[in-house]
Design a protein around this ligand. Sequence first.
Ligand SMILES: *Cc1c(COP(=O)(O)O)cnc(C)c1O
Length: 423
Amino acid sequence: MTEPLSRNHAVTLDAADPLRSFRNEFLFPKHGSNDQLYFCGNSLGLQPRGARKYVQETLDKWAQQAVEGHFTGADQWMTYHELVRDPLARVVGAQPDEVVAMNTLTANLHLMMVSFYRPVPGRSVILTEAGAFPSDRYALESQIRFHGFDPATDLIELEPDEPEGTISPEAIERAIAEHGPRLALVLWPGIQYRTGQAFDLAEIARLGHAQGAVVGFDLAHAVGNLELNLHDSGADFAVWCHYKYLNAGPGAVAGCFVHERHASSDLPRFAGWWGHDKHSRFRMGPQFVPSPGAEGWQLSNPPILGLAPLRASLELFDRATLPALRRKSLQLTGFLEALIEKRLADVLEIVTPADPDQRGCQLSLQVVGGRERGRELFDYLVSVGTIGDWREPDVIRISPCPLYNRYMDVYHFIEEVEAWRGF
Ligand SMILES: *Cc1c(COP(=O)(O)O)cnc(C)c1O
């Protein structure tokens, strides 16, 4: 019998982990001659070994074929974005024509709001969370101003109502009911980046729609982390990036979802030639005819070098499958939580909800004693090659990633914090 939460327990869990071989598919930064203890997939996922191959192939094709590269082979550039479409649809639980890889997250948020935030006098309010990621807030504010409305009255930011700084489902329901007829858009995160709280997307979409509002999601911290059923959630649109849990590299091409019920609608949009119906795109006519589905929101021919690593990453998700990743993630983060409670309760407080349905892999930690002590611990961890990240004012985010982290990594993290604290 292995003693629960012992070192042996970690060894046993790793040995029984059906996903353990995926770790070998990633490149780890070094601390001395060892791999870093890397818990920062919430910010930048590790490089899949396959990324270099696809980038190199693209460079070779460009060198050897130049313009012909648009038209040759299964990976021709003309249709390259379609190579990632089906696996991406599987990752977010959508139909293939509901997703597209394009641009970056904030750019996609703006493009989606051009189509889906259509304020009129009397119905001009955007509801979001207080403490939203700054880029999202800037996007929302600037869109409200762009339409000639005033963020002071038309951007409603729901404050956390729970002691840890999280937001209860009841508070969301109350806010949507309170502002109901004035709501043009509810824009909500799948997972709050600072607290790690996950939200019930289908329920938020249902409540928003019942009030006649459009509902969109920012899934930056949810994609590749939770089993999303985007289509079934009923969301009108969603946006996300691919450099966090999707491991597609710094500034990777981002993702966008448009629900199929808007596939052939004549919503206003900012158009570009790559969104034009692909069968007639090269007739180069003056009239824009959108491709049906999310692809109709594309502007430009995509950066192939930026899409190449995403291909490699999505192949791993297809092999591992999200249900299996989520199963491991629940156990891996649960292991971290249980060890913190058993051995570090005098040092660390967990901000992230204890209910596994209300979180992904990330635990947000505050250090007992306040911000300065928190910084001290964080700096110590970095100095010993244990990488999480710091979010002002006082949160350390630790995200054990089921694709490449081991139970033993979590165990080592606990030992590092103990070494800092002193026994
Ligand atoms: C990471 C993140 C972003 C980053 O935006 P980019 O446009 O990719 O630079 C935006 N919003 C949220 C919620 C994020 O977590």
